[in-house]
Design a protein around this ligand. Structure first.
Ligand code: API
Length: 329
């Protein structure tokens, strides 16, 4: 028997699979096919999720484990901020450690425990990096330009200004102080366009609208590459906080803690200048909603009718935390 977890960060949900619990590890193709099937396919499990997080050992010295991110469409992502917090909780509990390093596709990142947000809503911090504004790092094709910061993209929108950054997954960010300039419909149209056949992003891009609500407060909604709309995108909220801070509007600054609201709740971010670059601290919940006990054979066959599913009860406490969040605000 083995175990899957259903987890979320700000209601950006995933199934977490620890390869080290398997007698025989699943291949990349098996993992991709499993992901497409159980997140939104014929064997959609528990209403589906936004992707699968694959945990494994790491061969890197001083690293507790590794995380791979598979979007619900089966595409591989180089980073997942909300997912990394849930893997931090999982590995921290597995090895009884509070501060450690996790290997991700492009870098080994510092992670650990943070102050709890509420009783039974544990807090975790993760490093989001490397940060790169070179368009080739996304990749983005924009005639003759190597960077895009707070500018109109001809042919995409005549009014909205965008910034492009990889953290290291690709993000296109628009920051406004007047929420009337944004709509979910417009975000969806731009997200669909840039994740279909388009002249700018051949591999797609995560698109986020950030509305500044006040000093150190911003609301971020994201249309994710490989998924579509999600309740929250950890790297999207991190990238939006970075662009917002660099705009120097007087509402936030480097080294200062921001509260980032999203449709699934809230996280905190802090933008750090490091030499001539940046790192981002992302702090938020890591909620485990269900444990799924299943045989390895059934897992490989995507067959869940013999699996045992246990609710942890954490979802109720998380929802209470979110309700109180908006009351407090
Ligand atoms: N869809 C993203 C990966 C998941 C990122 C998001 N869920 C997060 O929390 O950062 C991509 O393809 O780059």
């Amino acid at each position: 028997m083995t175990k899957l977890l259903r987890v979320h960060g700000s209601e950006n949900s995933f199934f977490l699979l620890d390869q080290t619990n398997l007698q025989q590890k699943m291949t990349q193709n098996e993992l991709i096919e499993l992901t497409k099937d159980i997140t939104h396919g014929t064997n959609e499990l528990l209403g589906g999720t936004d992707g699968v997080l694959v945990v494994d050992d790491s061969t890197h010295s001083g690293v507790l484990g590794s995380m791979e991110v598979i979007n619900s469409d089966g595409s591989i992502a180089s980073m997942c901020g909300n997912g990394l917090r849930t893997v931090t909780r999982y590995l921290g509990e597995k090895y009884a450690q509070d501060e450690f390093v996790i290997e991700t596709q492009q870098s080994d990142l510092q992670v650990g425990r943070a102050t709890d947000f509420a009783p039974d809503v544990q807090g975790f911090h993760v490093e989001i990096s490397p940060v790169n504004f070179e368009l080739s790092s996304l990749p983005m094709n924009l005639e003759g330009k190597s960077e895009l910061f707070n500018e109109v993209i001809e042919g995409l929108s005549n009014t909205l200004k965008f910034s492009a950054v990889s953290v290291p997954n690709p993000h296109l960010i628009s920051i406004e102080h007047d929420e009337n300039n944004f709509s979910r419909e417009l975000l969806g149209q731009i997200g669909e366009c840039l994740n279909g056949d388009n002249p700018w992003f051949k591999d797609g891009v995560n698109v986020s609208f950030g509305t500044v609500w006040g000093p150190h407060e911003i609301f971020v909604q994201t249309f994710e590459r490989g998924v579509g709309f999600t309740n929250a995108c950890g790297t999207g909220m991190s990238a939006a906080s970075l662009v917002w801070t660099m705009m120097q509007d007087g509402m936030t600054n480097f080294g200062e803690l921001n509260t980032v609201y999203n449709p699934g709740g809230m996280v905190q971010t802090r933008i750090n200048r490091q030499g001539d670059g940046y790192t981002i601290d992302l702090i938020g919940n890591a909620t485990f909603t269900h444990e799924i006990e299943i045989s390895e054979l059934d897992l490989r066959q995507h067959s869940f009718n013999r699996s045992k599913i246990f609710e942890t009860g954490e979802e109720d406490t998380y929802k209470q935390f979110v309700d109180e969040l908006y009351i407090r605000r």
